[in-house]
Design a protein around this ligand. Structure first.
Ligand code: ZN
Ligand code: ZN
Length: 349
């Protein structure tokens, strides 16, 4: 273990500074993780460009993390040096009414890795006692790569989104946005054996990366409303997930949903986005349900690791770019351009 480490500090919108700082020291009940892989999330990109009131500055972002335990305080019995683990973001307090009902991603404290707690865009990360005691972390086998294991967090968030849909085999599913989240949601819908999964994106390059399992539509080239209406014999789509941070996807979903359809607003929006204008009579007469989803629980993270370990979901094809930590600025710029899919940072020790 090195005495000092490289870390990328977010200091305000558009400002990210690489610094050499002392490697964190163990405190009672903690462990030290050597980061092996930290993936860029859409929320990291939004925070980098727009800021986030949950993130005090300066802060180390990054919550899609995997690595190896390199030091453990004597009070910790659940981890040992050499363990390979994957983290997720939302750390339950296990005390609030939501946590007591198992809804830990809605925890009143809303504590998360890479938000209030220094995250994974660094060479080492101190795992505080609450994270060790309450999760979310999972040990991974040596056959699961660190890169793929760092994608367990977005997979777990997608499991949370899918849980809102009451999905049935006869359903058609539309996903607006074919970035990494759109594709993961699509893979999960396919796994449930639904009739059809339609993915949309304004980038043909991204649609091409989504693979052949989906019906792919570019709304710039095809009239999406006409397309959906013809495909569904004028009924609309049964289930819609928005997987992009643009209010227009939320508005469009209301125009494409069937009666008794369920929409999940999966993608968060920048804080200055305009509000959604909905006729409540539309929801009333069409019995449409609007749902949201955010984050994941330790149980969903565990399930995500199981799916990856068993090969039931393969996320390796989603990794299109890797950068060393010292090139994190280029990584954010590339991720913002949305030409590839998942961008991974290797801390490079
Ligand atoms: Zn994420
Ligand atoms: Zn709580």
């Amino acid at each position: 273990m090195k005495k000092s480490m490289l870390a990328a500090f977010f200091e305000g919108p558009g400002k990210l500074t690489l610094k050499n700082i002392d490697t964190p020291k163990l405190i009672p009940g903690s462990a030290l993780l050597q980061i092996k892989s930290c993936a860029l999330c859409g929320s990291d990109i939004r925070t980098y460009f727009h800021g986030n009131k949950r993130v005090p500055v300066p802060q180390i972002l990054g919550h899609e993390v995997s690595g190896e335990i390199v030091a453990v305080d004597k009070e910790v019995t659940t981890l040992k040096v050499g363990d390979r683990i994957s983290l997720a973001a939302d750390i339950p307090c296990n005390n609030c009414p939501y946590c007591k009902r198992g809804l830990t991603n809605c925890c009143k404290e809303n504590l998360a890795v890479g938000y209030q707690i220094p995250g994974g865009f660094a060479q080492y990360m101190l795992l505080p006692p609450r994270l060790i005691d309450n999760g979310p972390w999972e040990k991974i086998s040596s056959s699961l790569s660190y890169e793929v294991a760092s994608l367990a967090e977005p997979l777990a968030c997608c499991l949370n989104g899918m849980a809102k849909l009451d999905l049935k085999k006869e359903h058609s599913v539309l996903i607006l946005g074919s970035g990494p989240i759109g594709i993961i949601l699509g893979l999960l819908a396919k796994k449930e054996g639904v009739k059809e999964v339609i993915l949309t994106d304004y980038s043909n390059q991204r649609l091409a990366l989504a693979g052949k399992d989906f019906t792919l539509v570019n709304p710039d080239l095809v009239d999406i409303k006409k397309f959906i209406w013809e495909k569904t014999e004028g009924l609309g789509v049964d289930r819609i997930l928005t997987a992009c941070s643009d209010i227009s996807s939320h508005e469009l979903s209301l125009e494409l949903i069937s009666k008794q359809g369920v929409i999940n607003f999966f993608g968060g929006l920048p804080k200055n986005s305009r509000f959604l204008n909905i006729s409540s009579n539309f929801l009333h007469y069409n019995e449409v349900s609007l749902t949201g989803s955010h984050g994941c629980t330790p149980q969903q993270h565990k399930k995500a690791i199981e799916l990856l370990e068993k090969g039931e979901i393969d996320l390796a094809p989603l990794i299109t770019h890797t950068f060393p930590l010292k090139e994190i600025h280029q990584a954010f710029e590339l991720a913002q351009q949305k030409t590839g899919l998942k961008v991974i940072i290797h801390p490079g020790i």
